[in-house]
Design a protein around this ligand. Structure first.
Ligand code: ADP
Ligand code: MG
Length: 687
């Protein structure tokens, strides 16, 4: 049978319906998907250390046969251990808190482990990653100095089987591929053609060849993304602006004169940028990015006052009731002296209350409206919407943002984000937006000390938390539950809260996690906000935006399981009021890992974002994830920084010539983009 790009993998010899189902779990349905299911790493004989030569303190890759396994229960957690052996010697592998590995790592299997070598009753490796290699045959393969691709696998479909299938069919698979890039681009950026690319990534003669292939796929991915954002930008800018805004220096000037504090220089700059946008003939389409506590709300308030002094309505949408209420309160305070009282539209209002607010909105009597998703329901109609501000913008879907913006006649749009990301990444992810950044925090706010504490300091830390509670303050304790369906994790978090309840009596301890009903969770959060609950144990679903200025302690369990940007978000929860904040990282390691030390040393969100990016690569970035499910598979920020501007200028040049990619030579490119982004060219449209 002749293969095409869209032939289901089921029809490949050796696959069949059963394995096709397993492939589907990996997102592989067609021949094309299989080609793009590239190895996530390559094993190169030169990077594997003989076990006898693994030196304490080094990061190593070891390959060995499992000779024994067992679970060691300790007071706090179960440790899975395995002893592996190669021709040169033996070493113990230790996986704290992962007893379930017993079902996976069995005697006689050949495995690869990567991680640091430590000393604990002898040499020991604490793997960050392990791969089952299977039979001995493959160690020979490695011994011959070959490069072994390792694929993401699933139950019923080992990475070895995937490798075997791809190898057998590689030429037939590759024959279905047609080049999608114009030759001048390949040449200009020294990229291999698409067929060679797939040969290189699936069956590389050297790691360098594999890397050249990956780089080509990364370029394609970045190019597609840049085309989508460039297109979105074109569309957004092409819509004529509705509101006519002049800087009347009326409400905005009053606001400036009445503020209870001096604006930071960053805030002043951002207000200037926003004002210039709004007063220009083009619609504003701007992202305001800054750490928690940098004062984004005031900047947004200036923008809203500018719209209002020009006779328009302004709307501010927050992702949760709690946040909307909080904003309602603080905006009421700030705008009080201007004679403007915000109207609140919340889900929990009674139907008649909601109807009343909606009436005021429709009549144009409500000038400043603050609310939640309730704002985007059909029967909310604005009379003259001039600006839409969306807080924590990543927590809304593209459609929800568009729905709010659609309430007006092409209003200005200001998106707020508390996830700072480096400039080059911002260009990638938010390429269709203009960006303003707030870097400095207002003086005297947000003083936080960060400490990494070892396990043996636990009771001291509890004592410290008790002390803060006794002094009337509050604490968060965060426990990482990566996958809420992992019962072991959830149980650990719950038993943690039970232990704390006992230790902190009579202070109240509450627990929130992602498996709880929303109402139940919001209730607990509310009791925490109102000070009734003193210590909140939370899994990673903790309401990122919640503002409890009385909370002074953020204790994080297993900080090694969090990304640095995530830790930074957590840290931002405390030190928001008059009292000093404390971020305490409970490290199971005996010496402080370098990454945590770096984290403790800086409070600058942008700097941490850079570190996080280096550590995890682009695809894993929180920021990238948050941009509406977009996520980069091949691009690697630490290596591809130069590809981003290249892809960007190539994208703009392509669209310059052929704005909707309708010309014949661009058809393959267009189809690829449509396939890659299910919502096609609409992905980034915000309004
Ligand atoms: P975020 O950027 O996290 O949304 P907010 O806008 O909520 O930050 O501001 C955090 C707190 O800092 C608020 O209480 C706000 O009133 C206060 N604030 C904002 N700007 C300043 C400033 N320039 N000086 C002092 N306090 C400020
Ligand atoms: Mg905020």
């Amino acid at each position: 049978m002749k293969l095409e790009l869209d032939t289901p993998v089921q029809f490949l010899k050796g696959v069949g319906p059963h394995r096709a189902q397993a492939f589907a779990r990996l997102g592989v349905q067609t021949v094309e998907d299989l080609l793009y299911h590239t190895p996530h790493r390559f094993l190169d004989a030169t990077t594997v250390t003989p076990i006898a030569e693994a030196v304490v303190g080094n990061e190593v890759n070891l390959v060995g046969t499992v000779v024994s396994t067992g679970i060691i229960p300790t007071r706090r957690l179960k440790i899975f251990k395995a002893v592996i052996q190669d021709g040169s010697g033996v070493i113990e592998c230790s996986w704290p808190g992962q007893p379930f590995l017993e079902r996976v790592i069995k005697r006689d299997l050949l495995i690869l482990v990567s991680g640091p070598v430590k000393f604990y009753h002898g040499r020991q490796i604490v793997p960050r990653e392990q791969i089952i290699l299977g039979e001995q045959g493959e160690s020979e393969l490695l011994g011959r100095g070959m490069i072994l691709p390792v694929y993401r696998a699933t139950e019923g479909l080992s990475h070895r089987l995937i490798r075997k299938l791809i190898n057998e069919h590689l030429e037939a698979l590759v024959a279905t591929v047609q080049e999608s890039l114009p030759p001048h681009l390949l040449k200009e950026h020294s990229l291999p053609d698409l067929r060679d690319t797939f040969r290189a990534v699936h069956n590389p003669p050297t790691t360098e060849a594999a890397e050249r292939g990956r780089r080509r796929l990364a370029f394609d991915e970045l190019l597609d993304l840049q085309i989508v954002v460039a297109r979105a930008r074109q569309i957004a800018k092409a819509v004529p602006k509705g509101p006519r805004i002049e800087n009347r220096r009326d409400l905005t000037t009053q606001l400036k004169n009445n503020l209870p504090f001096e604006l930071t220089s960053d805030q002043k700059r951002c207000i200037r940028e926003v004002t210039a946008d709004m007063a220009s003939g083009e619609r504003m389409h701007r992202l305001l990015m800054g750490d928690v506590g940098t004062g984004k709300t005031v900047v947004a308030l200036f923008a809203m006052m500018l719209a209002i002094e020009n006779g328009y309505q302004a709307v501010f949408m927050a992702p949760t009731e709690l946040l909307a209420e909080q904003h309602g309160r603080s905006l009421t305070e700030l705008a009080a002296s201007l004679g403007i009282v915000p109207d609140l539209l919340l889900g929990r209002l009674s139907p008649s209350e909601k109807q009343q607010v909606r009436k005021r909105i429709a009549a144009g009597e409500a000038r400043l409206v603050v609310g939640t998703h309730a704002l985007i329901q059909e029967h909310t109609q604005f009379s003259r919407l001039g600006i839409a501000v969306i807080d924590e913008q990543h927590r809304f879907g593209v459609e929800q943002r568009a729905a709010l913006v659609g309430k007006g006649d092409s209003p200005d749009v200001l998106l707020l984000s508390a996830t700072p990301i480096p400039r080059s990444l911002a260009l990638t992810v938010y390429g269709d937006l203009d960006i303003s950044t707030l870097r400095i925090k207002p003086a005297g706010r947000g003083a936080i000390s960060t400490d990494v504490r070892p396990a043996k300091a636990r009771s001291k830390v509890y004592e410290f938390i008790r002390g803060e509670c006794d002094a009337g303050r509050q604490a968060y304790v965060v426990y990482p539950v990566i996958d809420e369906s992992e019962r072991t994790d959830l149980r650990a978090a719950s038993s943690m809260s039970v232990e704390l309840k006992e230790k902190l009596k009579p202070h109240k301890v509450g627990l929130v996690h992602g498996r709880m009903k929303t109402e139940e969770r919001e209730l607990t959060m509310r009791r925490f906000r109102d000070g009734e609950i003193k210590v909140l144990v939370a899994t990673t679903v903790i309401e990122v935006g919640i503002d409890v200025s009385n909370a002074t302690v953020m204790m994080v369990e297993h900080p090694e399981r969090f990304g640095l940007a995530q830790l930074h978000q957590l840290r931002g929860r405390v030190g928001r009021g008059a009292h000093r904040g404390y971020c305490i990282l409970m490290s199971p390691e005996r010496s402080v890992p370098r990454r945590l030390r770096q984290f403790a040393e800086t409070e600058d969100g942008f700097e941490i974002a850079e570190l996080d990016l280096k550590e995890r690569g682009m695809g894993e970035l929180v920021g990238a994830r948050q941009s509406g499910g977009l996520f980069l598979r091949y691009a690697d920020f630490s290596k591809d920084a130069e590809l981003i501007p290249a892809a960007r200028s190539a994208a703009f040049a392509l669209l310059e010539e052929d704005p909707d990619l309708s010309s014949k030579p661009n058809q393959r490119l267009r189809q690829r983009i449509e396939r890659r982004y299910e919502r096609g060219m609409e992905l980034f449209r915000v309004g």
